[in-house]
Design a protein around this ligand. Sequence first.
Ligand code: RVK
Ligand code: MG
Ligand code: MG
Length: 350
Amino acid sequence: MAAAKLDGLLKGKFRGCMLGTLLGDCLGAPFEGEAGSKVVVQKYFEKIDGPYKKSPQKRYTDDTAMMKSVAKCLIDKPSMDFKYLANLFVKEYYNEPRRGYGANVVEVFHKLRSSKFEDVYKPAREQFNGTGSYGNGGAMRMAPIPLFFNNNYEAMIEAATNATRLTHTHSIGINGALLQAIAIHQSLMLDPHEKADHQIYTKKLIEKMKAIETEDIHDLLDHTPYQTQLKKVAELLNLETSKKEISEDEVVAALGNSIAALHSVPTSIYCYLKAQNEIAGIETDNPFRRTIQYAISLGGDTDTIAAMAGSIAGAHYGEEFIGENLRKHCEFVDEIIEISDELFKVTPIS
Ligand code: RVK
Ligand code: MG
Ligand code: MG
């Protein structure tokens, strides 16, 4: 393909991925903590994806707020200055504290500020009696990192690890963020008009997690928990290929829908892969909408699971698959496109 065309394709994928986080977050947030219902969520999407009626825009939450800081850090300091990133997270939080942050992470921000950012990794390390947070807060803000480091896998892993360690030091929290980065990286390489082969896609993820899950995890019996979850993702998708319908309850029982990274990052990957095909009860031809609509239908941590699934789907399909109607209902769309274009501008393209 000609270089200019490839350039345009990648720019659209940057926008798609960043918008994927924003739209999943804004549209999923009203359902956070609920039990999940395909019927209710289908009606909700019919309204917002139907003829436009002016209504208050849905607000983004901590997921987008923190992703914004990761992007700004890469734009201002492309060599990645993690002290600067910690400052951006804290500044963002104190500017707008009511964005639905996790309880633990707020304590980390207080400690970072009161210690004057002396050792930016120390406050997170001290949380939960020294085990650190296993929440999905590292994973939810990942999008800009695999975009910026799309040409350098090793540098992506290092940056994703350090960007997460500022708030999450439990290996479940860190490895969940790495898995999210790897999934976005994989989807970025796909043709927007072709489906990913779910068997190949999950096999590649499992291989990559094999190189990452090498240490014992003190409070878990299974020391390769992400590989275990990814195998379940593959099994569920295989069952569906052989025409067995899997209910939302079965998905939640197998993969989870909680704030824990282990029980939300593999779930998001499943939502994205499953939503490449039609899903009973989800009436749309658009695979991006289907991804976030299905993610929200699972209930639980809806803003974050939809944001993570949305950013993986957006990296695959690009912004042309993200409809105008959905965009109009979310705040900050124009700003995210601007940030995404700035990120694209500073990204080394070989
Ligand atoms: C509110 C015990 C632990 C733990 C550990 C639990 C926003 C705690 C976003 C903690 C995302 C919560 C989400 C979240 C992102 C974590 N032992 N419990 N070792 N580690 N927890 O505070 O940024 O929605 O109950 O670090 O990961 O939309 O409060 O925040 O859904 O997980 O929060 O962990 O949260 P935090 P986060
Ligand atoms: Mg949130
Ligand atoms: Mg959430």
